[in-house]
Design a protein around this ligand. Structure first.
Ligand SMILES: [Zn+2]
Length: 230
């Protein structure tokens, strides 16, 4: 019975996951098919699992080598557990020698997605750019509609390019008309004496301490119109 030798073998090495997208070069630029933030995150998670599996596999290989060494020693070879390799200047641990009989890879493949991340960053920028162009176009179209409803004539009172500004001018002047003749607080109101504010018409606030004028910002749909000291 003592002649029965248990079978020992090294476990299969885990393989890194396959990227769930395809890449190609187009005029020197990387192009990625099916690459998205989600598929990248999924791949990174799979890669983490692979790295864990790799460490587990390394430990299992060491265990197999250890078992093999124990078995050899239990069968009387070599007595000391140390063996001298022919041609080697130093003694090596028997376990290391046996481990060396197995697959030699000692570190996991590395995760390499720098190009993908760059590509995604750039596509987010491209998307934002496109969106801002789309938003501008939509605002322009709404401004044209607004101006036509106000009886303005295309080509005479306004053109497409200045429609947003012309629409804002109309809305702002209505706000200014409404607020003129009453005391408005204004930005930068730090008069030395108590001051009721600015009437929206005069060049100075009530106490005369600050010069004030209207500042118009925003769009005709969400205008920001206020007095500001200068
Ligand atoms: Zn004042």
């Amino acid at each position: 019975m003592s002649d029965v030798v248990p079978m020992l073998s090294f476990p299969a090495k885990p393989k890194p996951p396959k990227k769930p997208w395809t890449s190609s070069m187009h005029m020197g630029v990387h192009m990625f098919q099916d690459l998205s933030q989600e598929s990248l995150e999924e791949y990174k998670a799979e890669f983490k699992e692979y790295e864990k599996a790799f460490i587990k596999w390394m430990n299992e290989c060491n265990e197999v080598a250890t078992l093999a060494a124990r078995m050899l020693i239990s069968r009387g070879f070599p007595d000391s557990g140390i063996v001298r390799i022919a041609g080697s200047a130093r003694n090596q641990d028997l376990v290391k020698i046996l481990r060396g009989c197995g697959p030699m890879q000692t570190s996991a493949e590395s995760l390499w997605v720098a190009e993908e991340e760059r590509w995604l960053r750039e596509s987010v920028c491209r998307e934002n750019e496109n969106k801002s162009i789309r938003d501008k176009t939509a605002l322009r179209d709404r401004a044209i509609k607004f101006l036509l409803e106000r009886g303005k004539v295309y080509g005479i009172d306004f053109v497409a390019e200045d429609a947003p500004q012309k629409a804002l001018d109309i809305v702002a002047s209505e706000i200014i008309d409404k607020r003129s003749g009453q005391w408005n607080s204004f930005s930068g109101q730090n008069c030395e004496e108590p001051c009721s504010g600015w009437d929206g018409i005069a060049r100075r606030c009530k106490c005369g301490n600050r010069r004030v004028s209207w500042t118009i910002e925003g769009t005709f749909e969400s205008p920001s119109v206020y007095g500001e000291a200068y």
